[in-house]
Design a protein around this ligand. Structure first.
Ligand code: FES
Ligand code: FE2
Length: 348
């Protein structure tokens, strides 16, 4: 029997940052166990093909770009952005059946999204909303973490922020996060967990961002969109200035954008950025926040990679759930349902 997949195929996944895909060299990425090669054509559109030459399967990413085509390093076959072989240097005519699989691509929110599943279902309207990443009213930056773990361990991690109190005790965590309960709702492919911490002392990171003494009202609103995108709406405002009632204008607002693409069952690419709606066009703050957040996320990476190693050693042992895992359990159920419906469709 085929091993159960850990990810759905009919979904948009981030394969790269926009700036990583250029016209000088092909880029190799693995998404959902599929090796892919990406490049940018002269009209700015991005091509994505299976990263294996039709002839002898050499990865096309080892080749080079000529105009809008990728050329195989081994015997020089050229392929256009649709995967059609356009040139066989050692014979007069190219074989029209020589082609490699191409994948649908959408470039949006500074990311390159690819659809590894059924072509007919690749609807660009299904790209998760990460508009903060290129909205002029927001500012920020991020990077990519390549991690040796099942992408769902990061979903668990982000859906339960009580870990901040322990994993990130020196930056964003304090006891209030672990001690304040969340409310969780869900609909369709999304899960939302909300935690308000009224009248607390601000943790060091937020104290600095706010730049004011005194207690704060703090919020964390976590929105998961299946299978692997999570937006954290986070911030603090001076206590009693209306944030709880919906006016956050006296506070500082952040959005942590996270999308974690499975490469394989036990490795992933974690794309993130930290956006803010204050001190716009302040590049030194952008860099400083990106570096600070990268250090915070390394703390998560150490934990989840160690967790993955422990899971590998005990493949039959279940992970257990606490109240804090409500959001993660719901998210995993949506992922499981997506995989199950794809498996049933395939069987039918
Ligand atoms: S393997 Fe690519 S041209 Fe021969
Ligand atoms: Fe964390």
């Amino acid at each position: 029997m085929e091993k159960t997949r850990t990810f759905p195929l009919n979904a948009w996944y981030v394969a790269a940052w926009s700036h990583e895909v250029g016209r000088r060299a092909p880029l190799a990425r693995t998404v959902c166990n599929k090796q892919m090669v990406f490049w940018r054509k002269s009209d700015g559109a991005i091509a994505a093909l299976e990263d294996a030459c039709w002839h002898r399967l050499l990865p096309l990413s080892m080749g080079w770009l000529e105009g809008d085509e990728v050329v195989c390093r081994y015997h020089g076959l050229a392929f256009d952005g649709k995967g059609q072989c356009t040139r066989m240097p050692s014979q007069d005519r190219s074989n029209p059946s020589a082609r490699v699989r191409s994948y649908p691509v959408v470039e949006r929110f500074r990311f390159v999204w690819v659809w590894p599943g059924d072509l007919a279902l690749a609807d660009p309207a299904l790209v998760p909303d990460l508009h903060w990443n290129d909205d002029p009213e927001w500012e920020g930056d991020g990077t990519t973490m390549f991690a040796k773990c099942d992408y769902r361990l990061f979903v668990d991690n982000l859906m339960d922020l009580t870990h901040e109190s322990f994993v990130h005790a020196t930056s964003i965590g304090n006891k209030h996060v672990a001690e304040t309960p969340m409310t969780t709702t869900h609909s369709g492919r999304t899960v939302t967990s909300t935690r308000w911490m009224p009248d607390i002392d601000a943790p060091p990171f937020w104290r600095t961002q706010l730049g004011k003494p005194g207690n704060v009202d703090r919020w964390q609103i976590i929105r998961f969109e299946a299978p692997c995108t999570i937006v954290l709406d986070v911030g603090v405002a001076p206590v009693g200035t209306g944030a709880l009632q919906g006016d956050r204008s006296k506070g500082v607002n952040g959005r942590v954008l996270n999308t974690i693409t499975p490469e394989t069952d036990t490795t992933c690419m974690y794309f993130w950025s930290l956006m803010r709606n204050y001190r716009l066009r302040d590049q030194s703050l952008t860099t400083q926040l990106r570096e600070a957040n990268a250090n915070i996320f390394i703390e998560d990476q150490i934990v989840v990679e160690a967790q993955q190693r422990a899971i590998n050693e005990r493949p039959d042992q279940a992970l257990r759930n606490l109240n804090i895992d409500t959001g993660a359990m719901r998210a995993r159920r949506i992922i499981d349902d997506m995989i199950a419906s794809e498996t049933q469709t395939a069987a039918a």
